[in-house]
Design a binder for this molecule. Structure first.
Ligand SMILES: Cc1cc2nc3c(=O)[nH]c(=O)nc-3n(C[C@H](O)[C@H](O)[C@H](O)COP(=O)(O)OP(=O)(O)OC[C@H]3O[C@@H](n4cnc5c(N)ncnc54)[C@H](O)[C@@H]3O)c2cc1C
Length: 483
């Protein structure tokens, strides 16, 4: 394809931004990224109203994937890039405001990790779930075993004392309470400051001069695809809510949970919008002791497994941010929000839901009281709650491919609850499709990588136990503070 031909990307989350970045650095000169989000003003921050899956304060970047080694490989590559971004950012003379502020603080404090922090990541459980053995086996094969610490392995414990990771092996103080405690610390992993990394990639795109960003309701929100008058399956552009049409030679759908609604009959069996909740706790700002304590924990998974992790007591906790925001999530359900699109019942994000499902709220309250009583006693408040929708592919696989039957239409979605980490690398596959190149691992993201006979049924019933349409919500936000 002629590199000056117009390319449109719908969605400016991880998948859209990464696609734009890889296309722009491969020399495509006419790329437009549309997003309904007001990202020029809210800077991708959920605390300022951004509501996508990618727009968050922090996300886990880990390479452990049990048997899915293709993701392990990509995550290892991404981790190298995150470290490189840290180094590059600290040296940049000119930066967007939000990044310049972080740069200044980091330079003053001697902090070398402005947007990716190598916090480590520990998975703890009260029984042997069998996954860790397979995980460690694949880490061994990839030369990564040295970064892992089995909390019940004497050699690993000795090694952790030498390398400095020892204090991260029991961050919830459960060793004495749970005799059957199991767990592995992955010191290779860490936490990306999610909104800041998005600003960074947007900035890298802008510097090429090849990408234009059109953000905000009206001008940035795509209402529908535009088809050729001669061929009803040939996409020739998009129409935005302000009524304008924008021509393109290729259109990339990277609209996260919203993606299937553009061509529901083709996409909705393969991709589904699912949601999970999380909360952000503000540790009192004058309690620097508590902020520092929780800043120094690794990212924690408690009783979560990769393969069967719906338990109301399965919880993840992120290290607190510099400002004392501590994010945590209960892995109780993957929720759907069912609406009719044409003839199809499709789960589409509803970002206006402000209250938590009642049961989830009770689970959060129970966990905080039991595991982090000092926060409870210090009067830490629940600053924000979110029902966060993501696009989940069949068998939790991404889809980066041309949409079957259509011409000029690509899809880049389906990262489920694990796709953020690939921000530095995932757009390469979109670029490969447009440039006609086969990159290693692209086969895993083909539409037909999963045989339709192996598809799990998509939830279409609004009465389903996982449908938010019929769930009981907490009555009011004031109840959140009663924990
Ligand atoms: C609760 C939760 C926790 C997670 N934790 C992690 C984690 O720790 N680590 C990790 O690696 N991954 C994690 N993930 C997964 C990760 O967030 C997603 O895989 C990733 O963010 C998906 O990016 P995306 O670009 O596909 O979607 P999104 O980030 O949702 O972006 C889609 C964009 O499309 C825009 N859009 C939608 N409709 C339109 C339209 N009509 N016109 C214009 N724009 C439109 C939206 O506004 C949005 O900005 C988590 C997901 C969830 C839900």
């Amino acid at each position: 394809m002629d590199k000056s031909q117009p390319i449109i990307i719908v969605g400016s989350g991880v998948y859209g931004l990464s696609s734009a970045y890889h296309l722009a650095t491969a020399g495509y000169t006419n790329i437009k990224v549309f997003d309904r989000g007001d990202y020029d003003n809210n800077e991708f921050s959920p605390l300022q109203g951004a509501d996508g899956a990618s727009t968050d304060v922090n996300k886990l970047v880990r390479a452990s994937y049990v048997d899915k080694v293709h993701y392990q490989d990509l995550a290892v590559e991404a981790l190298h890039d995150y470290h490189e971004w840290n180094e590059q950012l600290l040296k940049m003379p000119f930066l967007p405001r939000a990044l310049a502020t972080i740069q200044e603080r980091c330079l003053q404090e001697g902090d070398l990790e402005p947007i990716f922090q190598n916090t480590g990541y520990i998975r703890l459980d009260d029984y042997e779930n069998g996954e860790e053995e397979r995980n460690l086996h694949n880490f061994e094969k990839a030369g990564l075993r040295k970064h892992s610490y089995d909390i019940n392995n004497a050699d690993d414990i000795t090694r952790a004392k030498i390398t400095g990771w020892y204090r991260a092996l029991d961050p919830l103080n459960q060793r004495e309470k749970v005799p059957t405690l199991t767990g592995v610390l992955d010191s290779f992993a860490g936490v990306a400051l999610a909104d800041k990394c998005l600003i960074w990639v947007r900035y890298l795109c802008e510097r090429t001069g090849n990408v234009q960003f059109i953000y905000g309701p009206g001008k940035g929100e795509v209402s529908n695809l535009v088809y050729s008058a001669e061929d009803s399956l040939k996409v020739v552009g998009v129409k935005t809510v302000d009524g304008k049409e924008h021509q393109a030679t290729k259109v990339v759908l990277a609209a996260g949970g919203w993606t299937p609604k553009f061509v529901p009959e083709s996409l909705s069996p393969r991709l589904e919008a699912m949601a999970s909740t999380y909360i952000m706790i503000q540790i009192p700002r004058d309690r620097r002791d508590l902020i520092n304590k929780y800043r120094r924990i690794p990212m924690i998974n408690w009783r979560m497994t990769y393969e069967s992790n719906f338990r109301s007591d399965a919880v993840y906790v992120f290290p607190a941010t510099h400002d004392g925001i501590l994010k945590m999530g209960v892995n109780d359900h993957y929720w759907r929000n069912l609406v009719k699109v044409g003839d199809e019942m499709v789960s589409i994000p509803d970002t206006n839901m402000k209250l938590l499902p009642k049961q989830s709220l009770l689970d959060y309250q129970k966990f905080i009281k039991e595991f982090m009583p000092d926060l409870y006693e210090a009067g830490a408040s629940i600053e924000k709650t979110k029902i966060c929708f993501s696009s989940v592919g069949q068998q939790n696989e991404l889809v980066i491919d041309f949409v079957p039957s259509y011409k000029n239409l690509l899809v880049c979605a389906g990262g489920g609850f694990h796709g953020y980490k690939f921000l530095p690398v995932i757009g390469r596959f979109t670029e490969g499709l447009i440039s006609g190149k086969q990159y290693s691992h692209s086969q895993f993201f083909k539409f037909d990588y999963i045989d339709p006979k192996d598809y799990k049924p998509i939830v279409k019933d609004p009465e389903h136990e996982y449908a938010l349409n019929s769930v009981e919500f907490a009555e009011s936000r004031s109840k959140y503070y009663d924990y």
